[in-house]
Design a protein around this ligand. Structure first.
Ligand code: ATP
Ligand code: ZN
Length: 287
C-alpha cells in the first residue's frame, strides 16, 4: 500500500496561491515545475496533486487524495445529497465569500416563489428553497451566471459574492445570503494507520500557521499599580508574563494575544501608562 500522503489543491484559481503558501509554511517543501499535475515533497512523504476545485471532494471521498484544500461552498455542493467519505478538519480563514441570491436592481423586492433561479450551486440552492418552503425553479449553469437574467434565462441568480463588485457591475442587487464560505482543509475518513500519523502532523502544523495569522506577541513596560488594568486590555491573552524591572515601581509585560491588536488598543494601553509598546508578528504556534 502506498505510504505517501497525497494533498490535493486547486491547480489555478482563487485558492491556489494561498493553498501553496499554507503548505510551504507548514514545512512541506516542494517545487512546481511547468505544468506538472503532481509535485513530490523532498523532505516529507507527501505528494501535492494539482486539480480543478470541482474534482476535489470526490478525489478525497474516493481516497485518491488523502487531504485537500477546497472552498466550503464546493465541498457542500458536491457532497450534500451523497454518501461520502470526506470530513472537514479545519477552517483556513482565506478565500472568504458568500453564496447569495441576487436580482436585477429594478426587481430587488421580488419574491422568490415561482421564479426561475440560475446557479452553479443547484444542490445548495435546492436545499435552501426546500428548507424555507419556497417553490421555485432551479436552472443549472456553469459560469456567466450573472448574465442569465438579461437574456431571459432566469429571473434572478444564486452565485458567489465577495466584494459585491461583480454584482454591481451587472446591475444586480444581493437579496439573500444563503451560505458563508471560506477555504477548508478536508480529509478522507478512512486513512490507513501509516497515513494517519503524517496527516495529523500536517493538520497540526496547518492549525499552527492559521492560529498564528491573527496572533501577535506584545511587549510593554508598565507601572506596577496599573498592572491589572493593562492586562485586561490585552485581547485574547491567557496569562501574560510579568517581569520585574530595575525600577521597582515598573514591570515588563509580555503576552501572546490571539486577536488582532488595533491602534485603538495601543492608545488605550498608553493612556494607562504603558510605554515602549511593541507588537510583533507570530509565525507559528504549537499548542
Ligand atoms: P477551477 O478551474 O478550479 O474549477 P473555478 O473557476 O471553479 O476554478 P475560482 O473562481 O478559482 O474557481 O474560485 C475558487 C474558490 O474561491 C471558490 O469556490 C470560492 O470558494 C472562492 N472564492 C472566493 N471569492 C470568490 C469570488 N468572489 N467568486 C468566486 N469564488 C470565490
Ligand atoms: Zn471550479
Amino acid at each position: 500500500m502506498k505510504n505517501r500522503l497525497t494533498i490535493a489543491i486547486q491547480k489555478g484559481g482563487r485558492l491556489s496561491d494561498q493553498s501553496k503558501d499554507l503548505i510551504k509554511k507548514s514545512g512541506i517543501n516542494f517545487s512546481t515545475k511547468g505544468d506538472k499535475l503532481l509535485a513530490k515533497s523532498n523532505n516529507l512523504p507527501i505528494d501535492i496533486l494539482f486539480v480543478r476545485d470541482d474534482d476535489i471532494p470526490s478525489l478525497v471521498s474516493n481516497g485518491d487524495a488523502d487531504l485537500a484544500i477546497v472552498g466550503e461552498n464546493v465541498l457542500i455542493e458536491k457532497t450534500l445529497f451523497k454518501k461520502n467519505n470526506t470530513v472537514k478538519v479545519l477552517d483556513l480563514g482565506f478565500s472568504k465569500c458568500r453564496l447569495s441570491i441576487a436580482a436585477p436592481d429594478n426587481k430587488k423586492n421580488m419574491r422568490l416563489a415561482n421564479k426561475k433561479i440560475a446557479t452553479s450551486y443547484p444542490n445548495i440552492l435546492k436545499k435552501y428553497l426546500s428548507d424555507n418552503n419556497i417553490n421555485a425553479t432551479v436552472t443549472n449553469i456553469h459560469g456567466s451566471v450573472e448574465l442569465t437574467p438579461y437574456i431571459g434565462m432566469s429571473d434572478c441568480i444564486c452565485d458567489l459574492v465577495s466584494s459585491g463588485a461583480t454584482l454591481e457591475a451587472n446591475n444586480l442587487k444581493e437579496i439573500k445570503v444563503i451560505l458563508n464560505s471560506q477555504a477548508v482543509l478536508i480529509k478522507n475518513k478512512k486513512l490507513s494507520k501509516n497515513k494517519i500519523l503524517i496527516a495529523e502532523k500536517v493538520i497540526n502544523r496547518m492549525e499552527g500557521v492559521i492560529n498564528a495569522i491573527e496572533s501577535k506577541y506584545v511587549m510593554l513596560n508598565a507601572d506596577t499599580k496599573n498592572l491589572k488594568d493593562i492586562c485586561k486590555l490585552l485581547p485574547g491573552s491567557e496569562s501574560p508574563t510579568i517581569i520585574p524591572l530595575e525600577d521597582e515601581n515598573k514591570v515588563a509585560i509580555h503576552a501572546l494575544c490571539q486577536e488582532p491588536i488595533f491602534w485603538e488598543t495601543m492608545e488605550q494601553l498608553k493612556n494607562k501608562g504603558a510605554s515602549s509598546i511593541l507588537v510583533m508578528p507570530v509565525e507559528k504556534i504549537l499548542n
